[in-house]
Design a protein around this ligand. Structure first.
Ligand code: ADP
Length: 215
């Protein structure tokens, strides 16, 4: 099964994709994670992406579609994938159709995470992760049990994304509204969009997604 998780920045796509990976053996393909890794490694893609990401603007379509195609080629045909943060524009949606059909794959569902945009800025600007194992935390909603120590791996190194500032979040929201939300109708006409309320607890959202996917 191949699915897209669609929703504005901070809607919880990464969190939910992680759960589907853990519980159902799917693979999360997050273009944001791939681009951050490329920036860190200083690759050609990373050099192209860095300034755009820091400003909250989109990276060129060819760049992200290229890395998605490459990653898919590393996976077996039976391996179900979750597209997280991709596609983000109409051109990427078209590219994804081609990328999938060239590999004998097709989209089964698009999960639209419906969220209250006012709550998103608070969600995003408060979030941080363990620098060692990547566990996610939040200043208000999910502090580590022992201050300054990761619950999962015990590390005391935490990090915040450089684009999780209020100003950049606003640009990212505009990009979502202007370029990403308009691709939903493409999938609605195919009858594969499932709307899920993204404002519940992580477990509630997970339950709703599983019900929508009939897992
Ligand atoms: P979020 O969903 O929280 O905004 P992501 O980690 O998905 O975060 O993306 C972070 C940044 O990476 C985006 O603001 C954008 O600059 C870049 N990016 C990620 N995916 C894409 C994509 N599909 N197309 C263009 N740019 C992308």
């Amino acid at each position: 099964m191949d699915i897209i998780l669609l929703g504005p920045p901070g809607a919880g796509k990464g969190t939910q994709a992680g759960r589907l990976e853990d519980e159902h053996g799917m693979i999360q393909l997050s273009t944001g994670d791939m681009l951050r890794a490329a920036v860190k490694a200083g690759t050609e893609v990373g050099l192209k992406a860095k300034a755009l990401m820091e400003a909250g603007e989109l990276v060129p379509d060819e760049v992200v579609s290229g890395i998605i195609g490459e990653r898919l080629d590393e996976l077996g045909p039976e391996q179900g994938v979750i597209f997280d943060g991709y596609p983000r524009t109409a051109a990427q949606a078209t590219a994804l159709d081609e990328i999938l059909s060239a590999r004998g794959r097709s989209l089964d569902h698009v999960i639209e995470l419906v969220v209250d945009e006012d709550a998103l800025v608070a969600r995003i600007t408060g979030r941080f992760t363990c620098g060692k194992c990547g566990e996610g935390y939040h200043d208000t909603f999910k502090q580590p049990a022992k201050e300054g120590i990761c619950d999962v791996c015990g590390s005391s190194e935490f990090k915040r994304r450089p684009d999780d500032t209020e100003e950049t979040v606003r640009t990212r929201m505009q990009e979502y509204r202007g370029k990403t939300a308009p691709i939903l109708p493409i999938y609605e006409t195919r009858g594969i969009v499932r709307k899920v309320d993204g404002m519940g607890s992580m477990a509630q959202v997970n339950d709703e997604i599983e019900a929508a996917l009939a897992l």
